[in-house]
Structures are given as structure tokens and as C-alpha cells.
Design a protein around this ligand. Structure first.
Ligand SMILES: Cc1cc2nc3c(=O)[nH]c(=O)nc-3n(C[C@H](O)[C@H](O)[C@H](O)COP(=O)(O)O)c2cc1C
Length: 180
């Protein structure tokens, strides 16, 4: 099977299968150093647009405002399949058409508390702060959508490895096989 179709099939499967390794992804942004962190992939569409949720005060949001170019990494250990997706991140905050739908899904999942810390994520924790005194009433939720522009897909095999670069040109994915 074509590597892009294999990758797409696994990514779409992860929308429904809660144990799928592609439920988590590693997102990198430009900061003082290259920054990378684990996030939960909330959804991927058939045209490979990714969505994840975060705290609007978190450093990754400021980094994306500065430079919206991001990379997402996925690895499927059983299939020995690595996907490196490069694209443009868009911040979906209040005022965007999809914002309320995303916020509603968080409210229904009881994860809303994750977006209500009194202080911004990543700030030093004041000495003696009780865990339950960390939260306030204000919700700092934001969704981030990633539009894919380039994919580097690698599958390791027993006898040989396969790797291809896919780039979107005029709405079509063009394949360039690469030396693995
Ligand atoms: C398993 C796991 C899942 C996570 N999921 C998310 C997530 O969906 N959204 C998020 O903002 N942070 C998530 N985090 C925390 C991030 O890895 C990171 O620590 C946090 O978002 C701060 O990142 P930043 O300082 O680069 O903005 C997750 C961490 C782990 C270990």
C-alpha cells in the first residue's frame, strides 16, 4: 500500500480507537530552543487537518503567534510507522466558527478544569500552594488546527525500509520516494 494511504488509514483509525498510538502526538514549535511536547490529538480529518486543545496562556500559543510553522510527530510501534507532518497552525479562539463546538466537547468530557489554573501553565509554582487552590473560574481554553503542507513517512521493514516525502501542490499530494 502507498505510504500516504497507510498513514491516512492509521490516522483516521485513531479517531475512533482510544488505544491507538496516534491518539498522542508530539508537536514542535519555534521557541528559544526547538520546543516539543506531547498533546492529545483530538481529531484528524480525511484531508489530514489536525486538531488539539490547549490553554491559551501556554507558551506554545505565543510561539505559534510568532511563527505558525509547526511539525507533528507520530509513531506506531507495531507497524514501525513514523509520520512527520509539517504545516501551519491556526489558533481557534472565541469568534471562530468552530470554537463553541470545541469548547462544548471539553465541557462534556469533564476536562474543563485543565484550562482553569489561576496561573499560566509553566510559571513557577509558589511554595506551599495547595493543589486544589490552583484553579479559578475563568476558562482559558483554545483549540489549534494544523493544516498539513508536507509529510515525511517512514516504515521500517524486516528486509527493507520505505520512506517518501509528500507535498501538496495545487491541492494534490505529490510523492517523492526518499532514501530511508
Ligand atoms: C500524555 C500527555 C498528554 C498531554 N496532552 C496535552 C494536551 O492535549 N494539550 C496540552 O496543551 N498539553 C498536553 N499535555 C502537556 C504538554 O505536554 C505540555 O507539558 C504543556 O502543554 C505545556 O506546553 P508548553 O509549555 O510548550 O506550552 C500532555 C502531556 C502528556 C504527558
Amino acid at each position: 500500500m502507498d505510504l500516504l494511504e497507510l498513514a491516512r488509514a492509521e490516522l483516521l483509525r485513531s479517531n475512533a480507537d482510544r488505544k491507538h498510538p496516534f491518539r498522542l502526538m508530539y508537536i514542535s514549535t519555534f521557541g528559544e530552543y526547538p520546543e516539543v511536547r506531547t498533546v492529545v490529538k483530538r481529531r484528524i480529518s480525511p484531508d489530514l487537518k489536525l486538531t488539539f486543545f490547549t490553554d491559551s496562556r501556554s507558551p506554545k500559543v505565543a510561539q505559534i503567534r510568532n511563527n505558525p510553522k509547526v511539525a507533528a510527530l507520530f509513531y506506531h510501534p507495531k507497524k514501525k510507522l513514523q509520520i512527520r507532518l509539517y504545516g501551519h497552525a491556526q489558533l481557534i479562539d472565541e469568534g471562530h466558527g468552530d470554537f463553541n463546538r470545541y469548547l462544548q466537547s471539553v465541557k462534556e468530557s469533564s476536562a474543563l478544569k485543565d484550562y482553569t489554573t489561576l496561573q499560566a501553565p509553566g510559571l513557577p509554582l509558589s511554595a506551599g500552594t495547595e493543589a486544589n487552590a490552583l484553579f479559578g473560574d475563568e476558562v482559558h481554553f483554545i483549540a489549534i488546527e494544523i493544516d498539513p503542507e508536507k509529510l515525511d513517512i517512514l516504515q521500517l521493514g524486516r528486509e527493507s525500509h520505505n520512506r517518501s516525502l509528500y507535498q501538496q501542490i495545487a491541492g494534490e499530494w505529490q510523492e517523492q520516494p526518499l532514501v530511508p
